[in-house]
Write a new protein. Structure first.
Length: 193
């Protein structure tokens, strides 16, 4: 019951904490994240199933048991995310495979976050290879277009690595777009990094 309550509470608290981004029309999304939640329901805002949200919550709760490294490679990143705790290692693998499937299918998650919105708008240009390693996974994430590479790198460093370092408090904040990145729809003119 506690996990269920937190899985529901996290998006609600995140909605309350949203701050409008500079350059956004005042009526964009009418009511910010809370408005999107009301109009699109939980799936319109977070987009995750209860099973996915449970894995995410578990990882955020046990973030101190996770080790992570990020290496820039041509067109993307190679990351290694592990834990000595077998239950956390299993959650890492489960979550990574769930998110690979979402990218491949273009099924967004965390749509209150400008970086995640852009990643899913460009999902067809993102390629993910997962390799199981002791205690977790090695992920190679690349793009077939240079425009998407900074999004992949920002996701690895400013989103996932920060989630690992800070846990739930970091997950409550949006992730800025990469410096200089301009969305095709002009939603945010500059990344804040």
């Amino acid at each position: 019951m506690k996990t269920f309550a937190l899985a529901v509470l996290v998006p609600v608290l995140a909605a309350a904490a949203e701050v409008p981004q500079p350059g956004q029309p005042e009526d964009a999304g009418r009511g910010g994240m809370m408005g999107r939640m009301m109009n699109g329901g939980m799936s319109g805002m977070m987009g995750g199933s209860m099973k996915e949200m449970s894995a995410i919550h578990g990882l955020l709760s046990d973030h101190t048991k996770i080790q992570r490294s990020v290496e820039d490679i041509p067109n993307g990143v190679r990351t290694v995310t592990t834990s000595e705790d077998p239950e956390v290692a299993a959650l890492i693998r489960e979550h990574v495979w769930q998110m690979k499937e979402r990218i491949e299918q273009g099924r967004p998650i965390r749509q209150m976050d400008p970086l995640f919105r852009e990643l899913f708008k460009n999902h067809e240009h993102i390629h993910i290879a997962i390799e199981n390693v002791q205690g977790g996974v090695r992920v190679t994430e690349t793009s077939d277009t240079p425009r998407v590479t900074p999004l992949i790198r920002q996701h690895a460093r400013r989103a996932v690595s920060e989630f690992v370092a800070e846990g739930m408090p970091r997950a409550m904040r949006p992730t800025p777009l990469p410096p200089g990145y301009v969305p095709q729809n002009g939603e945010q003119r500059e990344g804040r990094g």
